[in-house]
Design a protein around this ligand. Structure first.
Ligand code: ZN
Length: 400
């Protein structure tokens, strides 16, 4: 049973958040692969990753957790097998209260009618009867009419699913205007932001939630702020691009899973201040996974990273697209419509005139699959990228 008092406490704390206190441990930085290998040391139950995954699948199929005090959820992994997150009821209450507190004022909370578009259901997301869940593994046409009937005032989902809803016949017939539009799980590129703003008549805000937890929340000014009330933050900067940072987190609130100097393999674009005056680290945007950064091969054998937002500036006029790098000299560009010669020339220049840039028609995304506009198919461990990062440092503001 969820505790209304616990949710209310977390809500109030999130309305008036304070930086978490604590000292960053001296232990070495760890990453997903290390945690997966030694998973038992990083959760309160001592489960291996395989055991946790089996429990999560079992819970997904039966709707009941095999271990009543804990819930096991599958995260929508961008790469490979889905990750697992383990939560207690107290953690779920705190999570819900915190999210509500970060995004909704008390009058909005009183009249909450939220729709959540998600691939995997999990008890984390079922903590309130005023939050309605829609399964993205079903085609849009299947759930869009029901969602439009509901006309939620809070709408939460990945940018591609929110875009598909905006394009759906159901929404065209019965559009609704949520007061809060939250986009998570995928990169929100500038063109997505514009499209969603136009369709729902409210600017989308980012909700940066990963299997590692609720990491950052969007503010009214289009930026995000790191949840420094929940965790201590360090950042590993790119030597060549100091505004690009890979976060390292130490979570001070979780009990069921331990995140201690854990490197989240995402790239953030950070900046200094925000008109909202939130004291927490401003993140202009989440640019993507490390695996989304492409690599140019230089003549001297070194590599230069190519960042998605830079390439998106060239590619976004082409409409929907996906650019894949198969090896140092082989790229594939999937496009909905054939791109014009100037755009292609600019892309070839940015890619250093690669030996092969193949053009292929864009494949539609199967229901529930994450949209990835950029993907590097080699160096899955990101060694060539990690090599370009500075040691973790904090606070991030002092380093620019
Ligand atoms: Zn702000």
């Amino acid at each position: 049973m969820s505790s209304k008092a616990a949710i209310a406490r977390a809500y109030l704390r999130a309305r008036f958040p304070r930086k978490a206190t604590g000292i960053i441990p001296t232990s070495p930085v760890c990453d997903e692969a290390q945690v997966a290998e030694h998973f038992a040391e990083f959760n309160a139950l001592g489960l291996t990753l395989d055991e946790a995954r089996t429990l999560a699948r079992n819970e997904l199929e039966t709707g009941a957790s095999p271990r009543p005090d804990y819930s096991f959820g599958l995260s929508t992994g961008t790469t490979g097998e889905p990750g697992v997150f383990i939560t207690t009821q107290a953690e779920r209450d705190r999570w819900l209260g915190t999210i509500l507190g970060k995004f909704l004022a008390p009058p909005q909370l009183l009249h909450l009618n939220a729709a959540l578009l998600l691939k995997h259901n999990n008890r984390l997301y079922e903590a309130s009867h005023r939050v309605h869940y829609f399964d993205l593994t079903d085609p849009t046409a299947h759930w869009a009419p029901r969602l439009c009937d509901l006309a939620p005032n809070v709408l939460i989902g990945p940018a591609s699913a929110l875009g598909a809803l905006a394009d759906s016949a159901a929404f065209q017939r019965r559009p609704f205007r949520p007061h809060t539009l939250l986009s998570g799980a995928e990169v929100l590129f500038p063109q997505d932001r514009e499209k969603l703003h136009r369709a729902f008549e409210v600017p989308p805000q980012n909700l940066y939630q990963a299997k590692e937890g609720f990491l950052a929340a969007g503010c009214r000014h289009g930026a995000l702020h790191w949840n420094e009330d929940l965790m201590l933050l360090e950042g590993m900067r790119f030597k060549c691009r100091p505004d690009r940072v890979v976060p390292v987190i130490t979570d001070v609130t979780r009990e069921s899973q331990i995140f201690r100097r854990y490197r989240v393999d995402d790239v953030l674009v950070i900046s200094q201040t925000c008109p909202c005056k939130t004291p927490f680290q401003k993140v202009t945007t989440v640019e993507g996974r490390l695996q989304d950064i492409l690599l140019l091969h230089n003549d001297d054998g070194t590599h230069t990273p190519l960042f998605p937002l830079d390439l998106n500036q060239i590619l976004s006029p082409a409409g929907e697209y996906a650019l894949k790098q198969h090896d140092a000299f082989h790229f594939t560009l999937e496009c909905a419509a054939s791109p014009n010669p100037e755009l292609l020339a600019a892309l070839r220049k940015a890619l250093n005139h690669p030996a092969r840039l193949e053009l292929v028609p864009l494949r539609g995304l199967p229901p529930g699959q994450k949209r990835r506009r950029f993907q590097r198919m080699f160096d899955p461990q990101n060694w060539l990228i990690l090599d370009k990062l500075l040691e973790p440092a904090t606070p991030l503001n002092r380093l620019t």
